[in-house]
Design a protein around this ligand. Structure first.
Ligand SMILES: [Zn+2]
Length: 248
């Protein structure tokens, strides 16, 4: 976790040796100040959120787009006592309260489903998946699959394109197509929206995995996608918004 409460202030650790307690579980936290990574807090007795993963500059950069009060929000299932920490929780107290989960590393389908089940009980949920090639060719495969010139389809004022997934394995894209929450990809300075099953059907899908076809389109310099949680979090600067990437 990147933030903890210290003397009434929620903040990142400032120096090695700092200690405080976790507001979610009461456990002892100590400051970790890596030379080549972002400072963070570590639970001495294990993180109270079993889904917690190592976080680097990508996580920090996205969290910092949101007000501090909306970052890393502990949530508890009242019935089971299960406890998890949303990366960002936006719009609390409104009908559009939304959990944004930032995903840099690969995640199993079981865990993806578990997180969706937990967070979607009382919130809308958005995934933001970082496309990179730190440990695979995913970024390369994703890049060559992006083709906005073919089969543009207008839907609700947004342009979608059907694309062909060029990766050797279709596991990655098929897994995210089965998501029950909205899926956005952060790739090369663009934010791409993966068409949900409902949207894909309205676009003429479902797109069979055997066909190796997909469609997509993009809106350059669009401000905020209607499904975006906040104008602070989406559609800034060089980020273009691609709505509706459906791949096979
Ligand atoms: Zn804790």
């Amino acid at each position: 976790m990147l933030y903890a409460w210290v003397d009434g202030e929620k903040r990142a650790p400032l120096a090695k040796g700092e200690r405080t307690t976790c507001r979610d579980c009461g456990g002892l936290l100590s400051a970790v100040m890596p030379v080549e990574n972002v400072p963070h807090w570590r639970h001495k007795a294990g993180d109270c959120d079993p889904w917690s993963e190592p976080e680097g500059p990508w996580h920090l950069g996205w969290k910092e787009r949101f007000d501090l009060s909306r970052r890393e929000i502990g949530l508890v299932d009242g019935a089971t006592g299960e406890r998890h920490r949303a990366d960002v929780l936006y719009g609390a107290g409104t009908p559009k309260v939304t959990v944004l989960e930032l995903q840099h590393s690969s995640i199993s389908e079981d865990e993806r489903t578990s997180r969706e089940t937990f967070y979607r009980q009382e919130h809308r949920m958005f995934w933001l998946v970082h496309i990179h090639s730190d440990d695979s060719f995913l970024g390369h495969n994703f890049g060559i699959s992006m083709d906005f010139g073919k089969r543009p389809v207008e839907l609700d004022g947004k342009t979608f394109s059907v694309m062909r997934w060029m990766g050797r394995s279709v596991q990655f894209i098929e897994k995210w197509k089965r998501a029950n929450a909205h899926v956005f990809f952060d790739f090369g300075g663009h934010i791409l929206y993966l068409a949900s099953e409902t949207v894909a059907q309205r676009l003429g899908g479902p797109f069979q995995r055997e066909s190796s076809r997909c469609a997509s389109s993009r809106a350059m310099n669009s401000s905020v996608p209607s499904t975006g949680p906040t104008d602070r979090g989406w559609g800034h600067g060089r980020h273009s918004t691609v709505v509706g990437t459906s791949a096979v």
